[in-house]
Design a protein around this ligand. Structure first.
Ligand code: ADP
Ligand code: ZN
Length: 519
């Protein structure tokens, strides 16, 4: 058997493995199962391609991306590897040839679409052939929680039943803990070694701050740090994309809008300008970015909070592909959460699916609100550890101040309760601060015991308290009542005086400037 290191050099022309590629490859070569979680571009393919060449027999790769199979096979053939694919695009005579080559042991790698693999005929064929391993690419497709669910993937548990001796390696770039657990369970990978790595993008500086006046904050960020750079500004809605792009143009930036509502030819044109010209800022919805490979994107800015940590990671990951310093900058506020919940609520899908999405949204909110290193938290989300704080995120560069918010939180919760859980943040703050507004008298809220007990904090400070209570799940936003806040079970100990709560002291705009010393 040729060594993995030899194959890496002789066949693929690389000198070194990117850890933990070597460990993964070792595991599979020695007949063990592996679950690999690595971001796109991390180098997953080698993890099964090298064992395919090192072990006797043919490696069977299950991939849902039929369009990519041909490319992968051509690339491998150019390296002198005997590779083929079987999917519906292949004419019958060619498919027969591939099957014959497989049985005769002439193939090193065979790519198969999952629906084909599930046919009895195909399984019988595999039983007559020498098989080196099974690689299950895009393994998250087995998860019913996810967006990419494919019923055909469920049948892949067959592989373990019919071929118990043959090692399996499952690979994916996107899987939170829950999806990972589902992959393991559905594919019978309980014995598999898990490898999670490569998510860290050390050159990206993560910064998340509170939205005051998003446009002005963005303008300052661009002027101070990226006056001449290419970057992407993400917004939630098409209208906001257009408004923001237009406004940036007025400010003298070369900004272009991009969203799915624009004509395909315009989109193609703007995209190629972004790739070719200097200093273009793409203002875009999430429709932009897939497959865009521009190495010198110096910043990714979010004017709205993404729905999930995965989305945040993927979108910010478009910055700094060249390894040079880059900024991932974001402003967010309670309004973002309300809007996203609204979208979620109005979306299609089962209750269970919505709950899963809610869970993901909360994790994103958690990332915004944490007071410790953002990178540690981000990597932990993917299951990858980082032993020390990174030193290259806002919370590392400018440690967050916290304060004992127990009493303020109790007052806030009590205001919610006493007003019948029917009012939004603004009104609640009016109650707490003892406002003389019309609506206060209209509802007799000046009679409440909570009326005016919160004069010690100003409007912004109260907003911050409410936002953090929502972020931590003490309060929820009732969308049927236009953003009214409701108490959640979790707030009980706090209300009863059995719990203390430390809150984040929001950085004022003035001191925010100190974090912008790079570039
Ligand atoms: P993924 O499937 O995880 O998205 P790929 O397997 O396509 O990623 O690898 C991404 C790129 O990295 C490819 O160009 C690949 O050749 C390259 N690559 C992978 N491993 C190594 C390595 N050990 N040394 C150098 N380049 C590598
Ligand atoms: Zn950090």
């Amino acid at each position: 058997m040729k060594s993995a290191q030899n194959i890496l050099r002789a066949t693929f022309g690389y000198d070194n493995f990117r850890p933990p590629q070597d460990q993964i490859i070792d595991t599979v070569i020695n007949g063990g199962d592996a679950l690999v979680l690595m971001p796109t571009g991390g180098g997953k393919s080698l993890c099964y391609q090298i064992p395919a060449l090192a072990r006797p027999g043919c490696a069977v790769v299950i991939s849902p991306l039929i369009a990519l199979m041909q490319d992968q096979v051509s690339a491998l053939r150019q390296l002198g590897v005997s590779a083929a694919f079987l999917n519906s695009t292949l004419p019958p005579d060619q498919a027969m040839q591939v099957e014959e080559d497989l049985v005769q042991g002439k193939l090193d790698l065979l790519y198969i679409a999952p629906e084909r693999l599930n046919q009895q005929r195909c399984l019988a064929l595999l039983e007559r052939a020498p098989i080196a391993l099974f690689a299950i690419d895009e393994a998250h497709c087995v998860s019913q929680w996810g967006h990419d669910f494919r019923a055909d993937y469920l049948q892949l548990s067959l592989l373990h039943e019919r071929f118990p001796q043959i090692p399996r390696i499952a690979l994916t770039a996107t899987a939170d803990e829950r999806t990972r657990a589902e992959i393991i369970q559905r594919l019978n990978l309980e014995e598999a070694r898990q490898f999670i790595a490569g998510f860290d993008r050390p050159n990206i500086r993560y910064r998340i701050s509170l939205k005051h006046n998003a446009r002005q904050q963005l303008l300052r960020f661009l002027k101070e740090e990226h006056p001449e750079d290419a970057g992407i500004v993400y917004c939630l809605s098409r209208k906001k994309v257009e408004d923001t792009a237009f406004w940036l143009q007025e400010q003298g930036f070369k900004a272009l809008p991009y969203h799915a509502g624009l004509d395909a030819s315009i989109r193609a044109d703007y995209q190629s300008r972004f790739l070719r010209e200097d200093k273009v800022i793409m203002v875009a919805t999430i429709a932009f970015g897939m497959g865009i490979d521009k190495p010198d994107v110096r910043f990714v800015a979010h004017l709205d909070m993404p729905k999930t940590v995965e989305a945040y990671y993927q979108e910010t990951g478009r910055a700094g592909r060249d390894g040079e310093p880059a900024n991932a900058w974001m402003v967010y506020g309670l309004q973002d959460v309300i809007k996203l919940r609204q979208m979620l609520d109005n979306s299609e899908g089962s209750e269970e699916h919505k709950r899963a999405e809610q869970h993901r949204l909360n994790a994103m909110l958690g990332l915004c609100e944490i007071t410790s290193c953002r990178r540690q938290s981000l990597l932990a989300y993917f299951g990858e550890g980082l032993s020390e704080p990174c030193g290259n995120c806002d919370t590392c560069l400018e440690p967050v101040d916290t304060w004992d918010g127990t009493e303020a939180a109790r007052k806030a919760l009590s205001a919610v309760y006493r007003t019948g859980q029917r009012f939004g943040v603004n009104h609640l703050i009016d109650v707490l601060r003892g406002s003389e507004g019309e609506r206060i008298y209209q509802y007799d809220h000046h009679q409440l015991p909570t009326y005016g007990v919160g004069k010690d904090l100003d409007n912004n400070q109260w907003r911050s308290v409410f936002r953090q209570l929502v972020a931590r799940g003490y309060l929820s936003v009732d969308l049927e009542r236009f953003g009214a806040l409701k108490l959640e079970e979790q707030c009980r100990p706090l209300l009863k005086g059995e719990e203390q709560i430390d809150l984040r002291r929001d950085v004022k705009q003035k001191s925010a400037k100190r974090t912008t010393r790079t570039s």
